[in-house]
Design a protein around this ligand. Sequence first.
Ligand SMILES: Cc1cc2nc3c(=O)[nH]c(=O)nc-3n(C[C@H](O)[C@H](O)[C@H](O)COP(=O)(O)OP(=O)(O)OC[C@H]3O[C@@H](n4cnc5c(N)ncnc54)[C@H](O)[C@@H]3O)c2cc1C
Length: 425
Amino acid sequence: MKSGTRTVIIGAGIVGLCTAYELLQHGRDVIVLERESTLDGASAGNAGLFSIGHAPLTKPGASWRGLRWMLDSQSPLWIRPSLSPALLRWLWTFHRHCTTDHLERATRTLCALGWRTAQALEHLLDQEGIDCFYRRCGWLDLILDERNLDAAQREGRALARYGYRTDRISGAELRRRDPAYRDEVAGAIHYLDSAILHPGLLLRGLLHAVRAHGGTVRLGCEVAGFARASDGRCIGARLGSGEVVEAGSVVLAAGIWSDPLAAQLGIAVPMQAARGYHLQLEGIGALPQHGGVMHETFVAYNPMGSQLRLAGTLEIGATGRPWMRKRLQMLTAGAQRYLHGIDRAHVTAEWAGYRPCTADGMPVVGPVPTIPGLFIGTGHAMMGLMLGPVTGRILCADICGGRQEIDPELLGVIRPRRLRPSLAA
Ligand SMILES: Cc1cc2nc3c(=O)[nH]c(=O)nc-3n(C[C@H](O)[C@H](O)[C@H](O)COP(=O)(O)OP(=O)(O)OC[C@H]3O[C@@H](n4cnc5c(N)ncnc54)[C@H](O)[C@@H]3O)c2cc1C
């Protein structure tokens, strides 16, 4: 196979593997290069909520709440205090995007992508027979404090104009349907169109599907940089060993680590790593039938086989720091008032990983206008599992020259200044 029709993909997370899968469906030759020898990064360890119709992090008021929480390492969102210019620039840009206008525009785009990504995922699962406990049963926004119910319902109803359905359930009705919930739960908003799944099983199934369709996935293979032709075109990836893997196109899908790789080419993809944790619990008794998010503590829960996964906390700071055990413990503490049996369960696994967060809350997906042959798919923050399948389709269409129906101003690699005032390199 000539390298001209080959695509090299850097990173075997959900974005990299979905892109590989779509390209293989279009008859392309694909090589995925993955630094780790096992797939247990963010794409495998996340909460497994396939929550279509998601709003971005940049909501009005979110930046002020973040600042209040900054000094409290027990809060669900914690920003490690630092005077790093990159962090300060990111915070300022984030703050500038916490507006009603941006929220509306971003939500419209994300809601449209939501329907497309569900279709792409269900097609993939059907075609490849991947069993990852996928259930289109919706997710629950579980609420303890009666006073939060009306606002949560308004938030859900705001999605109705994009076709998303929600249902308000009283605490009594919730417990009648599912005795896993404790008496303290005042009610829930049920986001009916979403799904839950086991992300590790999905990733394993995708890896298998990519290989079965003739794609190559090289694990334990770290990319150190890019190969460029004399005309500036990107023609491959350079490994740490010096080997160059040549290709007609290169996709950078290395999650939070995309930023330093892109910087080698003078491209700014400014992101902050938002670390989150998960705990896998066995023996809580009857598992809840749905997954969801505990409104007041931001802990996500998802029944996976005989176990319950609790996931959450958002800790903004540099990668590679030691785990903060008190933040892991916040998961069980944050779940106890909502679900029975948390205190008697035992922990079978602990995990931490990084969400790649852009300052405007929107992913970066598309070609790099200044470097022919290079494409980027990253910055999906807390929506990467959900947006991975449609991101794969968008990048595949970009590479194969298909027609796009996305808002390039919101998702493109270079955002217009008016949308991203201080984010430019
Ligand atoms: C606690 C938590 C809960 C979450 N819950 C949800 C959820 O319920 N729903 C949802 O939609 N999203 C959720 N997310 C977000 C989601 O997990 C991420 O947005 C998504 O996994 C990002 O996927 P990715 O492919 O961009 O990056 P990653 O999964 O990080 O994959 C990037 C890959 O690139 C590899 N790589 C990096 N550098 C190199 C290099 N130089 N050479 C080769 N390979 C390299 C990495 O090893 C990694 O495997 C959650 C995240 C966390 C942390």
